[in-house]
Design a protein around this ligand. Structure first.
Ligand code: HEC
Ligand code: HEC
Length: 349
């Protein structure tokens, strides 16, 4: 049996270290010794969300009258005296009726001819308003209101919307009762389309997709079957330079705009035509590895045959768990050409 001599051990250990890091390192390992655990006080300052069941809501109270003082000093300049201003942001108040308070559905949302959608028309849970005002308003000085001021200013908004009377005091103990008066409390639906159909109303149009999580025998991978039409690709100018070159959303060139396209390398054009560029960037990972990474990985090896087979048959595990779908429609000669082109650094010109 092969045994390490003492002299060999350190050399072996050193050689192993980079390998282990390369294959098994997690983010935490890479940054060990950097940072410290958050203190309970830090977590408390950050953990301020109030949920629809009011979990997380701090104790406190505020009256409509106190709320008017807060509103006029800190909110009315942007949102208008009655929450009606449409310049800094869409109106907060308006468009709801006593009947909506009874039914929990805002009738004006179902009309095509009603101008605009105010906050109170749309919002279904009072916790959202409490949470949002508490964390984000006033816009120019977020998180400066005391809890009681948030209760008060919210009571005032509810009074402007004729949900609570002038002498009302909103508190953590009665907020659940007020929730039962929210005009659009029953108006949140999931079964509707992203875009309105002929009716002009999203709620009247059935959902675009029915998405059920697949747990067994799932289809191997998504196939890009449609892209933005040309006019939409270019309607905001050349998108790619308007995005950061990293992160989830990187933008793309005006792919559909044939006009300003420079002459491309024929293999680049073949890759584009074969749909490879939907998943592979030339210089960056998209769904699959960037072609530059593939070229680097197999530098100095004769990997052509293996990679042609991989492209044709698909597979996963070399670059991560995301599978590459088999490219069944691709001609053998095209697969050969593409792999050679990729291994030569995927030149675009
Ligand atoms: C300097 C201007 C300004 C001030 C002052 C201001 N707001 Fe706002 N408010 C905004 C803007 C802008 C938005 C939209 C922000 C966004 O969507 O990112 C907004 C959004 C809101 C919303 C959410 C509306 C929605 O439908 O998403 C509420 C509620 C709100 N403000 C309440 C208040 C209250 C209460 C105050 C006073 C404590 C206040 N605002 C002060 C500018 C302001
Ligand atoms: C739907 C997305 C998708 C499309 C379309 C796609 N690929 Fe891939 N490709 C992947 C993924 C994901 C991987 C990584 C697979 C892995 O980890 O083994 C990959 C890996 C590769 C590799 C490296 C294989 C390895 O084992 O190192 C090559 C080469 C490659 N693709 C070429 C192509 C070519 C050429 C086309 C067009 C004919 C194409 N791909 C189309 C997703 C895609």
């Amino acid at each position: 049996m092969f045994k390490f001599s003492n002299a060999m051990k350190p050399a072996f250990a050193l050689a192993m270290v980079p390998l282990l890091f390369a294959t098994h390192a997690t983010a935490a390992d890479n940054y060990s010794g950097v940072g410290r655990a958050a203190t309970p006080a830090e977590i408390k300052a950050w953990d301020i969300d109030v949920r629809p069941d009011f979990k997380g809501l701090p104790k406190g109270s505020g009256s409509v009258e106190q709320g008017q003082v807060v509103w006029e000093a800190k909110c009315a300049s942007c949102h208008g005296t009655f929450g009606e201003n449409n310049t800094v942001f869409t109106p907060l108040i308006g468009g709801t009726t006593k009947d909506d308070i009874k039914t929990g559905n805002v009738a004006n949302l179902k009309r095509n001819d009603y101008p605009g959608r105010t906050t109170i028309m749309k919002v279904s849970s009072l916790s959202t308003l409490w949470d949002y005002i508490h964390r984000a308003m006033p816009w120019n000085a977020p998180k400066t209101l005391s809890d009681d001021e948030v209760y008060a200013v919210l009571a005032y908004l509810l009074n402007l919307a004729e949900i609570v009377p002038d002498d009302f005091t909103l508190s953590d103990s009665n907020i659940k009762d007020v929730q039962k008066l929210m005009p659009n409390r029953n108006g949140m639906v999931r079964k509707h389309a992203m875009w309105p159909g002929k009716s002009g109303l999203v709620t009247a149009t059935p959902p675009d997709t029915k998405n059920t999580a697949c747990m067994t025998n799932c289809k191997p991978a998504a196939k890009v079957s449609s892209t933005l039409p040309d006019y939409a690709q270019t309607s905001h100018g050349e998108l790619a330079p308007q995005f950061r070159p990293f992160g989830q959303t990187r933008g793309q060139g005006a792919a559909g705009a044939a006009a300003a396209k420079p002459a491309h390398n024929p293999d680049y054009a073949l890759a584009e035509k074969s749909g490879c560029l939907a998943c592979h960037g030339i210089n960056q990972k998209i769904v699959g590895p960037g072609f530059n990474e593939v070229a680097d990985k197999y530098k100095g090896q004769d990997a052509t045959g293996k990679l042609v087979a991989k492209v044709k048959n698909g597979g996963s595990g070399v670059w991560g768990s995301m599978p590459m779908p088999p490219q069944t429609d691709l001609k053998d000669s095209d697969a050969q050409a593409l792999v050679k082109w990729i291994l030569s650094g995927a030149p675009t010109q």
